[in-house]
Design a protein around this ligand. Structure first.
Ligand code: ATP
Ligand code: MG
Length: 494
């Protein structure tokens, strides 16, 4: 398999993306309900079939159907209509969930997340982000790395207490900046942000697994990683920063790969406009750089959003393949959007692109892919080939079984106890910085436990008589004698 078949034209040609061009990134756009997620599912399934691991955010839970085989009559009829074989099947899906309820949890540390992404997650302005960067530098210098949001809070408290020294050493910080950061940490916690921070740490390589049934080594499918994002979407900054962090980690971990015949991994950003909403120019620049550089590491990025205007030009220029679903143009702004989308395509004399964009049906799209030379093909109007797995959300029981049967569940299911987490984390940070790991003993002294254990040895022989016993006997008998003598003296006889 050397290409990803996307759709069929009305004259029966298959429009496909060569696998080696998948790292030149892609954009899927269209109004709501026109088929973006189903197209994403189709493409993700095809990558998996080609042995390429996939990561996607499942915004409405409707991509989870990939884990189930459920023949769909509409899909079958569509396949028949476009002359494409329909073979229902399921795919190996790994469910992840930041909150640990709809999948295996993913955790990292505040320190690993880094000052820039934390500033984005906390919605800080430049001055506050500067103060946060100082908190990171200080904790690194003092080897008091931050694991959780509480650790960050304490570091900020320390900075306030030692403000004069900190200002002298690292530069000016104001109490107002620190207070705002503290307040925003509370807001992040209210959105469930604290769940992201803890041990054991997530290893990004766990997103790059493939599945083999063990019978035929040639039959390898890429594992489709789905992060459950419906609750995450209520915290757009957390969602966007989290996805950006994953991409940054991939970039950091993967070696330079040059031009490959297929990507090492494909990353789908659904609701990609959230990445850029209120993003400072520096962040947009950072994303643009990341998307550009991650290509040479063998990672393909697919952005999925309603309009190309949601994506900054610098990033848009990095996206080679375009799949445009129908755009509804009711307002002048919408019409501008249609014009902009139409102009982005390499023209096809047989198609009036502007008119076509507004009249495409559900599951129809205008597509331009990169040919094996990297040149965009002229735009074609296609019917998107339906997915082979279930369209729509998977049943809860299938999801539960897939979650509990996965080896990732065994690896990440439990967080470590607080104390063990802190020690584990500290040693991990030390080792990463070339320092020796520490054996933690606390205040424990050898043999100390004995003072807490009662003596249960049986007593040996009859108990010895103590001095107190003899004194008591002496007192008792002298009282009796004194009594007798008094009686004799009083009555003359006993
Ligand atoms: N290629 C296709 N083959 C078969 N059915 C399709 C196809 N594309 C879309 N559909 C049908 O259209 C419905 C809506 O599609 P989809 O959920 O992909 O829209 P969307 O663009 O992602 O919408 P939203 O922006 O609201 O998320 C699907 O549930 C499915 O029934
Ligand atoms: Mg959708």
């Amino acid at each position: 398999m050397s290409e990803i078949a996307i759709g069929k034209t009305s004259d029966g040609r298959t429009i496909a993306l060569p696998l080696q061009m998948a790292t030149k990134h892609a954009l899927i756009t269209g109004s709501t309900g026109m088929g973006k997620t189903v197209t994403l599912q189709r493409i993700a399934e095809e990558f998996s079939r080609a042995g390429v691991p996939v990561f996607a955010a499942d915004v409405k839970g409707d991509m989870s159907g990939m884990a189930a085989k459920e023949p769909n009559e509409k899909a079958m009829l569509r396949c028949k209509g476009i002359g494409y074989p329909y073979r229902p099947r399921s795919f190996p899906v790994q469910f992840w969930d930041l909150f640990g309820t709809h999948g295996t949890p993913i955790r990292t540390s505040v320190q690993d997340m880094g000052a820039e992404l934390m500033a984005r997650m906390l919605g800080l302005n430049a001055t506050q982000a500067g103060a946060l960067a100082i908190a990171f530098k200080k904790s690194d210098d003092e080897k008091e790395w931050m694991l959780t949001l509480d650790d960050l809070r304490w570091t900020l408290d320390d900075m306030l207490d030692q403000r004069e020294d900190v200002c002298k050493k690292y530069g000016n910080i104001t109490a107002a900046s620190i207070t705002t950061i503290q307040r925003n940490i509370m807001a992040l916690e209210a959105q469930g942000g604290a769940e992201l921070f803890g041990e054991p740490p997530f290893n990004i390589c766990d997103l790059m697994r493939v599945h083999s049934d063990g019978l035929d080594m040639g039959d390898i499918t890429g594992i489709i990683n789905l992060i459950h994002a419906d609750k995450l979407m209520e915290a757009p900054k957390l969602y966007a920063t989290f996805l950006l962090w994953l991409l940054t980690e991939l970039f950091r971990v993967l070696p330079e790969a040059g031009d490959l015949d297929r990507p090492k991994m494909v990353f789908f950003f659904d609701e990609a406009h959230l990445l850029f909403r209120d993003a400072a120019p520096a962040l947009v620049q950072q994303i643009e750089r990341l998307v550009r550089l991650v290509r040479s590491k063998g990672v393909g990025v697919f952005m999925v959003t309603q309009s190309p205007m949601d994506i900054p030009d610098a990033v848009l220029a990095q996206l080679g393949t375009r799949i445009q679903h129908c755009l509804r143009a009711y307002t002048p702004k919408d019409q501008r959007m249609v014009r902009a989308s139409a102009n982005a395509f390499r023209q096809n004399k047989k198609i009036d692109i502007q008119a076509a964009i507004t009249t495409l049906g559900i599951g129809e799209a205008l597509v331009s892919v990169l040919d094996p030379e990297g040149i965009p093909t002229i735009v074609e109007k296609v019917m998107i080939i339906p997915p082979s797995a279930k369209i729509g959300p998977v049943d809860d029981i299938v999801r539960r079984t897939a979650i509990t049967n996965s080896e990732m569940y065994a690896k990440y299911r439990y967080g470590l106890e607080d104390m063990a987490s802190a020690l584990n984390f500290k040693n991990r940070m030390r080792v990463a910085r070339g320092l020796d790991s520490i054996v933690f003993t606390g205040n424990y002294q050898e043999g100390q436990y004995r003072s807490y254990v009662p003596n249960l040895d049986p007593p040996k022989g009859p108990p010895r008589k103590t001095r107190r016993f003899y004194l008591w006997q002496l007192f008792k008998w002298s009282s009796v004698l004194a009594g007798l003598y008094t009686a004799y003296a009083v009555y003359g006889s006993i």
